[in-house]
Write a protein that binds this ligand. Structure first.
Ligand SMILES: Cc1cc2nc3c(=O)[nH]c(=O)nc-3n(C[C@H](O)[C@H](O)[C@H](O)COP(=O)(O)O)c2cc1C
Length: 169
């Protein structure tokens, strides 16, 4: 599949079928995340694969939507800002690094016919407790992972003329 076709095919899936997730597909998606680039190659990100039903159900308390936790797996991208690259003006790139990990995984999942949905609106304190995150490790984004039970949705995006500037703002 062409790269742009894949990007357009990925959409936020908020309805999942009960179909099981193949282990080789999960492994491929995790590998895509592991291969993500990071600022200064600091690799200050970790992935937690939550398959256990009790723990998925618990995560459903941090983001209370049934479609979020009633899936074969939830992927959680965690960051360690203290290990991430920091620019001269103090900007910490951990969030950027973590976002790339998630983007690689969501696109890889879409290429395999699987659905994902970036989840940022969760209660971070609950996620930290449920997943036993050590001091200094933060949950950045999560996604349910499973087969979509809804058709591909068309993209709603600003026109190129509004977002792309040539040479300067
Ligand atoms: C960083 C980030 C956080 C997001 N958090 C949520 C969320 O908490 N819940 C949700 O339903 N969608 C969430 N989304 C999905 C966006 O709403 C969605 O990507 C956007 O509306 C564009 O739709 P599309 O993904 O189908 O192209 C998030 C997306 C991003 C990139």
């Amino acid at each position: 599949m062409q790269c742009l076709d894949l990007i357009k095919q990925r959409f936020s899936v908020r309805s999942y079928s009960a179909a099981p997730l193949e282990e080789d597909k999960l492994a491929e998606i995790l590998e895509a995340g592991r291969m993500a680039p990071s600022a200064a190659n600091r690799q200050a990100c970790s992935l937690i694969v939550v398959r256990d039903e009790l723990r998925r159900r618990a995560l459903g308390e941090a983001y209370p939507r049934d479609w979020f936790w009633k899936v074969p797996a939830i992927l959680v991208v965690c960051i360690e800002p203290a290990r991430a690259w920091v620019r001269g003006d103090g900007k910490n790139y951990a969030d950027v690094d973590g976002a790339i990990v998630m983007d690689h995984m969501t696109l890889c999942a879409a290429s395999l016919g699987l659905g994902t949905c970036w989840i940022g609106a969760f209660d971070p304190g609950k996620v930290k407790r449920i997943l036993g995150l050590p001091e200094g490790v933060e949950p950045l984004v999560m996604t349910p992972l499973g087969y979509p039970a809804e058709p591909i949705r068309a993209k709603s995006r600003k026109p190129a003329s509004e977002v792309i500037h040539l040479n300067a703002w």
